[in-house]
Design a protein around this ligand. Structure first.
Ligand SMILES: C[S@@+](CC[C@H](N)C(=O)[O-])C[C@H]1O[C@@H](n2cnc3c(N)ncnc32)[C@H](O)[C@@H]1O
Length: 257
């Protein structure tokens, strides 16, 4: 062991060393929290809880998800982790009856909270899937090299994939759909808030252009709520515009060249 490390260990208590080591392990595996959230969306857990009335015991949730019996015990770990992270609620259900004669063992019911409710019925699930997509994860692994290069230089995504995310959406249709759905789902949710909370900013406005307006979700919501505003969306030609947006007379689409 290097002299310096030995000196450090001599001045640090065993409890502190154990705590420090467990902090490092916790942070090194921190990406598993993102992957647990990714699994939640892929497995359809928020929708399953919603179908169960908003909360369910583990056996009921397993049945609703139609998981193979061999995997059911692991659902408990996943749900416990997600509840600790604030994605679901966890309520202890005490045993019915006492001692040996108890009719049921103590159990836990997991339920939706404001965070996981955003994932019901699709909600903003596409944002979770985009954030945890392999292309973005690979880009994040380029961060050390990005720091080592002088100047602003290429962003980490371009270092990993040789082009910007919006160039990739031009030829990778799966990634294009992922990005469009993520942006659209976020805009749908944000549009509601913008219209409800910030309506006064459109007073006196007769037209607007949403530059980089994606699939036109935000512009369509503004056009619908404020019929006096003529809205245009400028975006790259391969963005898939919502059919409903195209039908609105005061909304036009301007493909960028
Ligand atoms: C972060 S997304 C925002 C999407 C949209 N505002 C929304 O909330 O759904 C950025 C948008 O900018 C668009 N974009 C990127 N480069 C562009 C360019 N050179 N000209 C026009 N739009 C561009 C992308 O296609 C993408 O839709």
């Amino acid at each position: 062991m290097a002299e310096e490390s030995r000196a450090k260990m001599a001045t640090t208590s065993s409890a502190e060393l154990l705590q420090a080591e467990s902090e490092l392990v916790r942070h090194s595996l921190g990406y598993l929290k993102s992957m647990a959230l990714h699994s939640t969306v892929k497995l359809g857990i928020p929708d399953a809880l919603h179908r169960c009335g908003g909360a369910a015991s583990l056996p009921d949730l397993s049945s609703a998800l139609a998981l193979p019996c061999s995997k059911r015990p692991y659902l408990s770990r996943l749900m416990k982790m997600l509840a600790v992270e604030g994605i679901f609620t966890a309520v202890d259900v005490p045993a019915a009856g006492e001692g040996e004669g108890a009719a049921t063992a103590p159990s836990v019911r997991y339920g939706l909270n404001p965070v996981s409710r955003l994932l019901v019925g699709g909600g903003v699930s596409p944002c979770v899937l985009m954030g945890t997509s392999p292309l973005f994860l690979e880009a994040s692994l380029r961060l050390p090299q990005w720091f080592q290069r002088d100047g602003e230089g290429e962003p980490a995504f371009a270092m990993a994939h040789g082009e910007s995310p919006y160039a990739t959406t031009g030829h990778d249709m799966e990634f294009n759909a992922l990005v469009n759905e993520a942006m659209g789902s976020d805009s749908r949710y944000m549009a509601e808030l913008v219209v409800r909370e910030c309506g006064e900013v459109f007073t006196g406005v007769t037209s607007l252009v949403d530059v980089g307006g994606g699939n036109g979700t935000m512009a369509a919501a503004i056009a619908k709520a404020f019929p006096h505003v003529k809205c245009s969306v400028l975006d790259l030609p391969h963005m898939s515009y919502k059919a409903s947006s195209q039908r609105m007379s005061q909304l036009s689409l301007l493909p960028a060249t």
